[in-house]
Write a protein that binds this ligand. Structure first.
Ligand SMILES: Cc1cc2nc3c(=O)[nH]c(=O)nc-3n(C[C@H](O)[C@H](O)[C@H](O)COP(=O)(O)OP(=O)(O)OC[C@H]3O[C@@H](n4cnc5c(N)ncnc54)[C@H](O)[C@@H]3O)c2cc1C
Length: 465
């Protein structure tokens, strides 16, 4: 069959692929669902020869528009859904990119192992999508982002050549420029701009025998954030520290009858018991809580699997409900704006306070501001519901303002969702002119015809110019 004929062009099918979790849409000419690597190579060679654009797409849980096609065709990983090779002895697993992360983790745990990365969206996203965005989650505090768990990648590059890259593991290394010592790292987090991933090798650890999860209530945002800072300053062994501000707590109380936790500002915390004496561990934490302004009488501890699952579910409920609410305003030009900036933990409280002031100056209604997420890593998400185009533009200016600020103090504009199509305007604060030129030259070197994921990370004009 002629290659062009292999693309699905049915409008209804295309529409169902043409939106990410934030309702960002594109203009796909067609969709291709390759069944194997040979087909991927064939389609990429064809696209490169004809200068047609391709955007990889998986489960579309992106919140930056990175999986929608600004032009050209979508290439889906959905038929790449197999676990290929399992070596439990070496704790290494090879998978195809379209494997659902939640299902993968379940399979691994049933076999006595653990795969730590835990984006809140784990049941709605694929391993390929997570590699491409270097996704992370609550437990990144202890275990790091996806990047730390990827030991090998097979990629079909924009010229149709396939390569396999393994992570170098020597503890010391002086082989040339540091940034190039582990080329696999260029592809993790590249947001579909450098080729199509066809295989991922991941490492595992043994299943964690026992851990506790709990909601800790505080009187104020300040108390909650300073509590987390104290944990980091003392290097205490916790695996997640997630924040819910008073608007998130209010939302949960309004929408979930089963949410019965006292306190207006909450930290969700998990710690592992390991070989430690459990009684002593609890004594230690109780004292620490009392000394650091936790409202100890209202702590909610989960011990059983179903209790832990429920606490996690509450955490996930926040962004997905805000997405649902704000997607209703897309037609009027509004929708959700989600910040993803991160700063050094010592700067977190002042940065949150500064951003709240900025939002105030820009006239944003406090009721529509929700702050939650990975404060243990200095990485809160502000979700802003905007009701029309005017509000959205103003809020984007407020976010630009804070983006410039966080870059000045050594932070980043995106710590897990990526740049996609929505954060390009903030990149100038992150890179200086020269390093941004190097980044663009790298993209041009690998993809001279600029066929992969146009509009992600870079504007096409910038790359052409
Ligand atoms: C409610 C909610 C909560 C979320 N929570 C988190 C969170 O806690 N942490 C976090 O990091 N993210 C989170 N996200 C964002 C999102 O889930 C992640 O970015 C996820 O990794 C995207 O995976 P996906 O399979 O849906 O990929 P898609 O959204 O379809 O694609 C994402 C990117 O991956 C690229 N891509 C996909 N497959 C391939 C491939 N085979 N080869 C090359 N490129 C490819 C696409 O081109 C695109 O650039 C959340 C999203 C939602 C909606």
């Amino acid at each position: 069959m002629d290659i062009e004929e292999r693309f699905i062009r049915d409008i209804e099918v295309l529409n169902s692929y043409n939106s990410d979790a934030l309702g960002f849409t594109g203009f796909p000419e067609g969709l291709y669902r390759p069944q194997n690597k040979g087909e991927v190579i064939e389609i990429i060679k064809w696209a490169n020869d004809c200068k047609k654009c391709l955007t990889p797409v998986a489960l579309r849980s992106s919140t930056t528009g990175s999986c929608v096609a600004e032009k050209g065709f979508l290439i889906s990983s959905e038929k790449f859904d197999k676990i290929l090779d399992v070596n439990f002895e070496k704790k290494i697993v090879s998978v195809e990119p379209g494997v659902n992360l939640g299902e993968f983790k379940k399979f691994i745990e049933e076999n006595g192992f653990f795969f730590p990365p835990d984006p809140t969206s784990e049941n709605e996203c694929t391993i390929g999508g997570c590699v491409s965005t270097n996704a992370s989650g609550a437990r990144t505090l202890k275990y790091g982002p996806f990047r730390n768990w990827v030991t090998g990648l097979e990629i079909v590059l924009p010229d149709g050549k396939d390569i396999y890259l393994s992570r170098k593991v020597s503890e010391k290394n002086c082989a040339g420029y540091f940034g190039f010592q582990n080329p696999i790292d260029f592809f993790i987090g590249s947001e579909g701009t450098l080729g199509f991933i066809t295989k991922v090798e991941l490492k595992l650890i043994d299943k964690i025998d026992k851990f506790y999860a709990m909601f800790l209530p505080f009187r104020s945002e300040k108390d909650a954030i300073l509590f987390c800072r104290e944990i980091r300053a003392n290097n205490l062994d916790v695996r997640c520290l997630e924040y819910f501000d008073s608007n998130c707590v209010k939302l949960l109380k309004e929408k979930r009858d089963d949410f019965k936790i006292n306190g207006d500002f909450l930290i969700f915390m998990e710690f592992e018991v390991g070989q430690k004496d459990e009684e002593k561990l609890f004594d230690f934490w109780l004292l620490f809580f009392e000394q650091n302004n936790v409202l100890v009488d209202d702590i909610l501890v989960a011990e059983t699997c179903s209790q832990k699952k429920k606490l996690k579910e509450f955490r996930h409920f926040i962004p997905s409900t805000i997405n649902e609410i704000s997607n209703k305003f897309i037609l009027e030009g509004g929708g959700k704006i989600s910040t993803d900036w991160a700063v050094f933990i010592d700067d977190l409280l002042s940065t949150i306070e500064h951003f709240r002031e900025i939002l105030n100056i820009y006239g944003f209604n406090r009721e529509n501001v929700f702050c939650f997420g990975h404060v243990g890593n200095g990485h809160p998400h502000f979700n802003l519901i905007t009701k029309n185009g005017y509000e959205k533009d103003r809020m984007l200016s407020a976010v630009e303002n804070i983006s410039e600020y966080v870059c000045k103090i050594g932070g980043t504009i995106t710590a897990e969702h990526g740049i996609g199509k929505v954060k390009k305007r903030f990149l100038k604060y992150y890179y200086n002119h020269m390093t941004f030129e190097w980044v663009k030259n790298f993209k041009r070197e690998l993809d001279p015809n600029l066929i992969f994921s146009p509009g992600n990370i870079f504007d096409l004009g910038e790359l052409n110019g």
